[in-house]
Design a protein around this ligand. Structure first.
Ligand code: NAP
Length: 276
């Protein structure tokens, strides 16, 4: 921290899509540009981000020495050289927040100075519009106070839940990939509109607004989805005819199997980084 009770200086390591979304969200949430730093591989991109947000780009050793919180947002396949750079420069009390899909906290604990607190996060792409769902898990040395710091940071770009690290593969399958399932559903429903003879632009408008409206009802009423669906399912009406077809085609079972397959793939990818 820069002074007693000041907010932590946060450095985002790798300001790509997710890293930029976080920086932009933090500024919108009231952080000052001088409380933030970032590192980028490409000098051109770094200059463009500094122009846009007024946040300084630094090299990894400078970020490691200056920041209280290091948010790692590089692709998992780029983690090794970054960990090498960090190992030599990061103080053991610096909080490491990893957004990298599939990388266990033990990887950071093994490669960085002994006792370093690590929090693993699974965010999702709606972070780009300030509506992320992030699940956070503590590593061996992360305390409840560390988790609170991470919650405070991520709550400016969406919602946050705490889960044990053992549940991160399930989270990846559910909310990490989740937006893709909704996009797939919307795409299929727009196709149905085309099948019924509607112009594409009209079908898109009808379905996207229905998706937004349904999501808002789920969030704002707090009603269980079953109750909301029953409210639009009248006896011998149109909705129940559609529901019968969805059940006949095994859509519910398909979702269960699809999400289980995503969980298994997440486990498989993560196992490559378990202790050597
Ligand atoms: N996008 C998602 O939906 C999503 C969801 C959940 C989790 N995540 C996680 O978020 C992380 C970032 O994903 P992303 O989609 O934002 O990737 P991205 O757009 O490729 O961003 C990564 C950025 O980090 C830069 N970089 C790589 N190594 C670096 C280093 N050593 N020092 C400084 N900068 C470095 C990359 O530069 P170059 O362009 O030069 O390579 C790139 O700009 C990933 O680990 C991913 O698993 C993403």
């Amino acid at each position: 921290m820069t002074e007693a009770n000041a907010r932590p200086v946060i450095a985002v390591l790798g300001a790509g899509k997710i890293g930029e979304a976080l920086l932009s969200g933090l500024l919108h949430g009231g952080r000052q540009a001088d409380e933030l730093l970032f590192t980028e591989r490409s000098a051109g991109r770094a200059a463009q981000l500094t122009d846009t947000y007024g946040i300084d780009a630094v090299d990894v050793p400078t970020a490691a020495k200056t920041a209280d919180v290091l948010v790692v947002a590089v692709k998992p396949q780029d983690i090794d050289p970054l960990l090498d750079d960090l190992a030599a420069a990061v103080p053991a009390q610096t909080l490491i927040v990893s957004l990298c899909a599939g990388l266990p906290t033990s990887l950071f604990e093994r490669r960085l100075p002994a006792g370093v607190p690590v929090v693993r996060v699974m965010p999702n792409t709606p972070m780009l519009v300030g509506k992320a769902m992030s699940a956070i898990s503590p590593g061996k040395h992360a305390t409840s106070a560390h988790l609170a710091v991470v919650e405070e940071i991520l709550s400016v770009v969406g919602k946050v839940v705490r889960v044990p690290e053992s549940q991160q593969d399930a989270v990846t399958a559910l909310s990490g990939s989740g937006p893709a399932y909704f996009f797939f559903l919307v795409e299929a429903m727009i196709d149905a509109g085309i099948l019924l003879g509607l112009p594409r632009a009209v079908a898109e408008k009808l379905i996207i607004q229905s998706a937004v409206g349904a999501a808002a009802m789920l969030q704002e009423t707090g009603e269980h989805p079953v109750n909301l669906r029953e409210a639009v399912t009248s006896p011998a009406g149109t909705t129940i005819m559609a529901i019968r077809e969805l059940e006949r085609h095994g859509v519910r079972a398909a979702l269960l199997a699809a999400i289980e397959a995503a969980r298994d793939r997440s486990r498989e990818l993560g196992s490559a980084h378990e202790a050597d």
